[in-house]
Ligand binder design. Sequence first.
Ligand SMILES: [Fe+2]
Ligand SMILES: [Fe+2]
Length: 273
Amino acid sequence: MVALHWNYEELPWDRIDHSKVDPDLVPLIKAAALVEFNADDYTAYLCNVFHDDPEFQDVAKGWAVEEVQHGRALGKWAELVDPTFNFDRAVQRFRDGYKVPIDLNASVRGSRSGEMIARCMVETGTSSYYAAIGDSTDEPVLKLICKNIAADELRHFKIFYTYTKKYLELEQLNKFQRLKVALSRIGESEDDELAYAYFAANAPEGEDYVHKTYNQAYMRRAYGRYKAKHIDRAVAMVFKACGLKPHTRFCTLASRGAWWLVESRARRLAKAA
Ligand SMILES: [Fe+2]
Ligand SMILES: [Fe+2]
């Protein structure tokens, strides 16, 4: 049994302030709910990859329970602010069209420490994403949900980082190899998963999925939420996972570069819309 740090059923749901709901944020929350709720598929994959590490398998199962709760909390919030949204139906639509490759028995990252670094990147991304969303909204219940989730994601990062170190002792990836895995996972953030979740959660019934359309719809709403401080923190986490020193000149430079990329992508997407 996993001890959760908070319980979505006990959140102050009756305190949602409908006058403070940002309509541009609602589609993002619906999409995020679907991705979070799908964590069980990743556990199955992780349990295959780490088939001889029962300790980590237990950790992965506990992790998934928390991620699934993130999905439930976000899904419930979305249903309460938009009564036309049906979370269960959206989950089904997402699962019908998007499949995590769970039947593999070796990591798609080429090594087990690579797999752990990729997991660290996902948690880096989610913790900064929910911090950015929480900071960008004045709706009190969503703000609280984002605060709880961001704290969970940071804990997840620490867990996967602990196992990164364990597997690095066995596999000895150098910093360059670690950085390569990290950057390739970051580069995948505009692949199908988020775009398809955005489609499944928001597109009218009967509509066809077009990656570019839904990826842009998602990213246009997401990129603009970030402030420089969220990117600084994310870059420091990437550095840590790759064995590079955070809080150095190199890290500051990388941070500025990343912020420039995020800002210019946000501008381009806004213009395209
Ligand atoms: Fe999560
Ligand atoms: Fe997480």
